[in-house]
Every structure is written in C-alpha cells, then in structure tokens.
Design a protein around this ligand. Structure first.
Ligand SMILES: Cc1cc2nc3c(=O)[nH]c(=O)nc-3n(C[C@H](O)[C@H](O)[C@H](O)COP(=O)(O)OP(=O)(O)OC[C@H]3O[C@@H](n4cnc5c(N)ncnc54)[C@H](O)[C@@H]3O)c2cc1C
Ligand code: SF4
Ligand code: SF4
Length: 429
C-alpha cells in the first residue's frame, strides 16, 4: 500500500497480505454492487471491488473482517463459575460424545455431533433454521453457504469441507428473514459474525446458538490440485469431492467427468503430520482455531491430532466437545437427555491438548508471529481475550524470536503475499 491508499487498495491489502479467509462478510457490509466475494485467479474466494468504495465502508470492513480482528468470547457470556484454561479458553464442560443415531454418526466428519445438534435445534423448535456450509454446487472443492430447515438439509451439509467457503456472503438477507437461527461454522467465521454483531443489533437477537468445529485450517487450492495430480487425476476433470465423513474420518472421495469414482485416505490428502499440511497464510497465524467465541466447539479425538490408517477402518467416530457458555452447556445436556447425543465421559483441557497438539503449538506461536507481521510492515490482526501474549510469555525468549523472525522471513520471500484479486473465469483457467 502506498502513502495514501484508495479505499479499494485498503481492502485489497487484507487479501494481498494473506489475511483474507474468504468468509464473505465484506460483500455483505459493502453490498454486492461494490464488493463481490467470488472465486479469483489464484483459486480462493476473495473480495473483488466492483464499484466505488469509500473509506467509511472500508473502516467498517476492517472492524469486522476476521483477517484484521479476532476476539474471544464476549465478556457478557463469561459466567462467574465458568472455568478457564490458558490454552483452551473459557469452558463449562468438556466431554467425549457422538450422535446417538448411528446413521448421523456415520454421515458426520467425526462422531456427527454438529449434525445431531443442528437437527436437535430444529426439531426442538429452538431455532427456525441453521446457517451453515454444504458442498458447493458449482465448485466441487468449495463449500457454499446454505440455510437448513429440515433434518435432511442438515444431513446433506454434514462432513468437513477443506476448501474455501463464504458462509457470511449474504448475512444481511439472512438477518432480514427475522427468524431465530443457529450458526455452525469455522472459528474465524464465528469471530467475523461476533464482530458484525457490534454493527447490526439483529445478530444477537436472532443468532440463538453459535457452534463451531475446532479448525486447524483448510487446504489451499494449489495443495488440493497437487493432491489430485499426484493421485493421477487432472483437477479440471473433478466433478465431485467429499473430503471426509461416512466413517471417521471416512474416505476422501473424488468423482471425475468420465463417471469414475476414486477413494483415498485422509492421510493421502493431508499427509502424515502437521509438517505436510498446505494451509492459507491466515491459518498459519491463526490466534483462534479452537472457537473461543462460540457456545460450543466440536473436535476430533485422535491422540496426536491425526488418524491412524488401520484404526480408522473401524473407527465409528467420537467427538471431543467443549461447551463454553451456559447456552452451550444447556444444549449439550438437553441433547443428551433427549437422546440426540451419547456422552461417553467428561474430559479436561489437558485431554484436548493430547488430541490437538497442533492447536496448542499454534496458540503459543500466534503472538510472536503477529509481532513478525508488524516488524515486516504488514497489518497486525487486532486480538482480544485470546491470551496469546500471555501464552507467548511462558516460552523462552529465543522461541518467540524464532517464530517472529520466521514470520518476517516468510513475508520477505512472498509466502504471505497473494496477488491482487481478479475474478476467475473458466476460459482463463
Ligand atoms: C477446515 C477444517 C479444519 C479442521 N481442522 C480440525 C482440527 O484441526 N482439529 C479437529 O479436531 N477438528 C478439525 N476439524 C473439524 C472436524 O473435521 C469435524 O468437523 C469436527 O470434529 C466436527 O465433527 P462432526 O462429526 O460433529 O461434524 P459434522 O456432523 O460432519 O458437521 C460438520 C459441520 O461443519 C460444517 N462445515 C463443513 N465444512 C465447513 C467449512 N469449510 N466452513 C464452515 N463450515 C463447515 C458443516 O456445515 C457441518 O455443519 C476441521 C474442520 C474443517 C472444516
Ligand atoms: S476475510 Fe472475509 S471480510 Fe475479510 S476480506 Fe476476506 S472475505 Fe472479506
Ligand atoms: S485455522 Fe483459523 S483462519 Fe484458518 S480456517 Fe481455521 S479458524 Fe479460520
């Protein structure tokens, strides 16, 4: 960005500095006639300026964008008797559980609890619909926002999608319906909508439940295409992709234009461990992959953070669930009492660290990485109630210095840089 950037250049700085996660909210804030969040030339979903933008609108975007602002649980939702863990945040109860209905447990990514809770919220008439993400109709590797009104709709949306998805792209129209709903999404999506609640009072009136999956990041479009190619599939031939679900984690299922179907293991897509994940830059500096601002967060429960090829053949799926608020705790208890969820037993934050070592590492590294962004002259995301500085202070100075310098180096060699977004068109691909 130059000395006096235009409003459009300011918006593009978020993308160009690798901080856009493609949630879609800036389109809703600016209006689709001025900003369109859509597939761009580098394969992500990103904002493209269409009309005249002004600084006041871009200021509003900076105040809500999860690339520039990420906060933990709103203070009003932290009860006097809530518990706190420096890594895992505010919690009231943590359990191992699964969807009581074996079909839902099977369909879901892990134990199907988010799907079971979505259905329970509809059937108990606590909400009218669920705002969530299902497989995109137009881009097989993407997710797209959907409104689920029935159990069948929620089941259709089951399964994690490790590609771009913009659940907040038309949040204004969703709020316009004036109906109570639940939001199921990634932690950064929830952070965005919590931010937006400060600009639009309808959010807190209508969003009755905020549910997330614990999230280590999604696969880059480049990484997904590389996976196709090393599996002998040309990316443009892919007509359907189911990343996981139908088992735990379930097969990565690829359909191609010639009508054939191939199934792979989760490990074929992600690799053996954290070091092989290809993630968007925003995910590498994520200060909250654990859904601190949600009522309830659902996670995998593999010791060490990933599945075993052999064990996963018979794994029926068990989620770890963190209920953070009174609403989340009450929902968990009611869903179990009414037979929607099976709770195996209670666990503690330390158990979560055994299941999610990558989340622990990232939480400790986030502050120094953000400092590195500042050193490199990049936008530093504003954070609050996430304890990242406090956690970093527990580490030796040299560890923080390593992370900080590593981030500066990443910026210098272009690993935090994305091109100015341009709309992708099929004939240009
Ligand atoms: C990008 C990504 C990264 C993840 N990383 C981790 C991790 O590091 N550790 C961990 O424990 N778990 C991770 N998960 C979560 C895990 O895969 C399961 O989703 C979680 O355990 C809940 O399982 P479930 O069986 O209850 O889900 P399901 O019952 O299958 O429900 C999944 C829900 O997630 C929604 N959803 C799917 N994809 C997206 C998306 N891209 N954006 C927004 N909403 C979506 C669906 O609409 C559905 O409501 C990740 C998920 C995603 C999407
Ligand atoms: S993260 Fe969301 S709000 Fe921020 S620039 Fe990207 S699409 Fe827009
Ligand atoms: S790691 Fe963080 S930024 Fe990346 S998708 Fe997950 S919650 Fe969003």
């Amino acid at each position: 960005m130059g000395q006096n950037p235009t409003p459009g250049e300011r918006l593009y700085a978020i993308v160009e500095q690798g901080l856009c996660i493609g949630c879609g909210l800036c389109q809703a804030v600016a209006g689709a006639d001025r900003v369109r969040v859509c597939k761009t030339l580098n394969g992500y979903e990103q904002p493209v300026v269409q009309g005249e933008l002004d600084d006041a609108t871009v200021d509003r975007i900076y105040a809500v964008c999860p690339g520039t602002r990420i906060e933990g649980l709103p203070e009003r939702l932290i009860e006097a008797d809530s518990k706190h863990d420096n890594v895992w945040g505010t919690w009231r109860r943590i359990v191992r559980a699964w969807a009581a209905d074996p079909e839902i447990r099977f369909e879901g990514s892990t134990g199907g609890v988010l799907t079971a809770l979505g259905i329970y919220l509809l059937e108990s008439k606590r909400v009218d619909f669920i705002l969530q993400v299902k497989t995109s109709n137009s881009e097989p590797s993407f997710g797209e926002r959907c409104l689920s009104f029935t159990a069948a709709d929620v089941i259709e949306a089951a399964g994690s999608r490790y590609g771009p998805a913009a659940p907040l792209i038309d949040i204004d129209e969703v709020l316009e319906r004036d109906q109570p709903f639940a939001f199921i999404a990634k932690p950064c999506d929830v952070a965005a909508l919590r931010n937006y609640a400060e600009q639009d009072s309808r959010v807190n009136e209508l969003v009755k439940y905020w549910l997330v999956m614990v999230c280590g990041g999604y696969g880059t479009p480049q990484g997904t295409n590389d996976f196709f190619r090393r599996s002998g599939i040309e990316p443009e031939q892919v007509t359907g992709l189911r990343y996981r679900g139908r088992g735990c984690p379930g097969p990565t299922r690829v359909e191609t234009a010639d009508g054939s179907v191939q199934e792979f293991h989760y490990i074929d897509y992600w690799g053996e461990d954290e070091t092989t994940w290809t993630l968007p830059f925003r995910c590498k500096i994520c200060p909250d992959g654990i859904g601190e601002a949600a009522d309830l967060a659902a996670a995998d429960s593999w010791i060490g953070g990933g599945p075993d090829r052999v064990d996963s053949e018979t794994d029926a799926g068990t989620n770890a669930i963190i209920a953070r608020t009174r609403a989340g705790e009450e929902l968990l208890a009611a869903a179990a009492a009414d037979g929607a969820l099976t709770i195996e037993y209670d666990i503690v934050p330390h158990t979560m660290s055994l299941y999610q070592p990558h989340q622990v590492n990232k939480k400790y590294a986030a502050w120094a990485r953000h400092q590195g962004l500042g050193d490199a002259g990049h936008i530093v995301p504003q954070t609050a109630r996430l304890r990242i500085e406090e956690l970093a202070r527990e580490l030796p100075d040299e560890t923080n210095e390593f992370q900080r310098k590593g981030t500066v180096e990443r910026v210098e060699i272009g690993k935090a840089t994305e091109p100015t977004p341009k709309i992708w068109k099929p004939d240009r691909d």
